[in-house]
Design a protein around this ligand. Structure first.
Ligand SMILES: [Zn+2]
Length: 81
């Protein structure tokens, strides 16, 4: 998969580190255990558009939000996180 970094241009995905889903809301420190379990362990697994956090580790070292189709890996957008 090739990712078009807005700062470095198109690069191979091996230059990046994947973190996970973008836009997860962290629970308050005193939130119930169920909220923390949901935040840490439960993830959607959609067939279609999905936004993820990627770190350009071997490039500009910026965090990016990559929106891609999980069925085809076609990337719709790449923006700074
Ligand atoms: Zn970059």
């Amino acid at each position: 998969m090739r990712i078009a970094c807005p700062h470095c241009g198109e690069r191979g995905s091996e230059e990046f580190s994947f973190l996970g889903a973008a836009g997860l809301a962290r629970p308050a420190p005193d939130a119930p255990a169920d909220a923390w379990h949901e935040y840490v362990y439960q993830r959607d697994n959609p067939a279609g558009s999905y936004s993820e956090l990627w770190h350009h580790l071997s490039g500009c070292r910026r965090w990016l939000v990559v929106t891609r189709d999980t069925r085809t890996h076609a990337i719709a957008s790449v923006v700074d996180a």
